[in-house]
Design a protein around this ligand. Sequence first.
Ligand code: PLP
Length: 450
Amino acid sequence: MTELSGGPSLPQERRVVTAIPGPKSQELMARKQATVAGGVGATLPVFAARAGGGVLEDVDGNSFIDLGSGIAVTSVGNSAQAVVRRATAQLERFTHTCAMVTPYELYVEVCEELARLTPGDHEKKSALFNSGAEAVENAVKIARSYTKRQAVVVFDHAYHGRTNLTMALTAKNMPYKHGFGPFAPEIYRVPVAYPFRWPTGPENCAEEAAKEAIDRIVKQVGAENVAAILIEPILGEGGFIEPAKGFLPAIRQFAADNGIVFIADEIQSGFCRTGQWFACEDEGIVPDLITTAKGIAGGLPLAAVTGRAEIMDSVHGGGLGGTYGGNPVACAAALGAIETMRELDLNAKARRIEEIMKGRLTALREKFDVIGDIRGRGGMIAIELVEPGTKEPDAKTTAAVARHCHQAGVLVLTAGTYGNVLRFLPPLVIGEDLLNEGLDVLEEAFAGLE
Ligand SMILES: *Cc1c(COP(=O)(O)O)cnc(C)c1O
């Protein structure tokens, strides 16, 4: 391996050799500030040099334990061997023809895999795109075309992207929507079963939230006007909210009973992230359409809408597409990522991560009553921080804990409508020692608060 190679050969260790950010990162940050738009933020202001396995190395030689995976993207690790091998081979064959001009086999192969892997044994078809937001936009287009209806129902705490339609579908104003209106019409938001914050407590949450959501759809929108109900089976940016058991099946049934297309947005929760290929399998949900992106291609930009053949085919010829959608190099990478998921049984790895993390975090909650809730599944785990003895969100402590972790060489991300959630999305190939060391640092961060 040469000096500049990343990938799985990178030493799997935490190493802090400079202040964070180090001098080279600071120099690059000055150049970034001079030339990159200020609206493009950085969670951890160090510049990446190499990444692989469970670590990310910066330009100053610091090595961070990666508990973010570039936001749930590099589930198979950075520069995973099968991804590099297949994408490199494709780079040398051809880089682009435009799938709408001259199709290629790789595009079809990815759609065949999506038909096999997504829930349900009905006939399925797919269309490929470049980003999650683009997939969500197209899922809505397809649902409207099929139902000849316009309304789209979304949920509190939802995140679906940053384009105009997906901003409208997203719940949180700051930073995603603020000042960017007007937004697309015919979007209706209803409550989600958020057990930790449900007013009457977690026991009644699923039933009451489903009743309230359905009531509002029927009374305020009219079920017969609704094209689609769109939901993340585990809400991502909203703070890894797992809807109380029973909520998703109730909403799914309501959609089926009323001719509404049920769309599962599995862009963050899909592809082994939660210990199953898709998070909706947990309650046996079979969506009509499913959107995927993030973990699908080991870091290359690819996204998809997959769903019932009759729904997907309701769109007129030429109605779906895009210049780059299903780029051949990204498709090759996706086949490499899927191969890796199967070969390494990343679903099992994700479940093992959950076991380790929930054990450690439960012990941590005994010691630190700022931790109000622990939740998530597989390699998608979060803790919600509150002022002790209350449910008052504590965004300040959340930021302080994240900062301590960053200074000590552990990359963690925050999330949540109230900014008080620490979320953990390690590459599913991370070593157990490294994961445990990351959790040691997290514990030190909490201990340092006092
Ligand atoms: C990240 C995300 C999106 C948007 O994906 P982009 O590739 O950033 O456009 C949409 N939905 C969910 C659930 C996501 O996590």
